[in-house]
Design a protein. Structure first.
Length: 149
């Protein structure tokens, strides 16, 4: 039977670390992105929220968290995360696109159209930006037409 490796120097979870994943924010970000790529958005959001709590100034972690929240169906939380991201990086087309997409899912079509238009103006080469903007504007027009409720 081979000898077991000596793990006495490896820090393990302490009494206050119960349920805390190993590593730090960078490792949590990497694992969160892998979970997101594997379709495990809710698990990714949980891990990325922990990373964001440890590194609140990291816009990379915030973007990954917003994506995970959106994909997990927590659209309100995603909208707030994308809002903070757009505030921190106002020239980031994806932040405005994510915010517009989230707001449209929440029914805030006017504000959604503003952010989607901004994203589209920044990156007119992205067809998904133009498509979503067109859909939101069509919804706004339909709601303003006579006989709509």
């Amino acid at each position: 039977m081979p000898d077991e490796p000596d793990t006495s120097a490896v820090p393990g979870p302490g009494p206050g670390d119960r349920g805390r994943p190993r590593g730090g924010p960078y490792e949590w970000l990497q694992r969160g992105l892998a979970l997101l790529a594997d379709g495990e958005a809710a698990a990714a959001a949980t891990l990325l929220a922990r990373a964001h709590a440890q590194e609140p100034a990291s816009t990379g972690i915030l973007e990954a968290l917003a994506r995970a929240q959106y994909d997990a169906g927590d659209v309100a939380a995603a909208a707030e995360s994308f809002r903070r991201l757009a505030h921190a990086r106002p020239a980031d087309d994806y932040a405005h696109f994510g915010l517009g997409l989230s707001l449209s899912r929440l029914g805030y079509f006017g504000t959604a159209a503003e952010h989607l238009a901004m994203a589209h103006a920044m990156r007119p080469d992205r067809p998904e930006y133009a498509d979503r903007l067109r859909q939101v504007r069509a919804t706004l027009a339909a709601r303003q037409s006579p006989g709509s409720t």
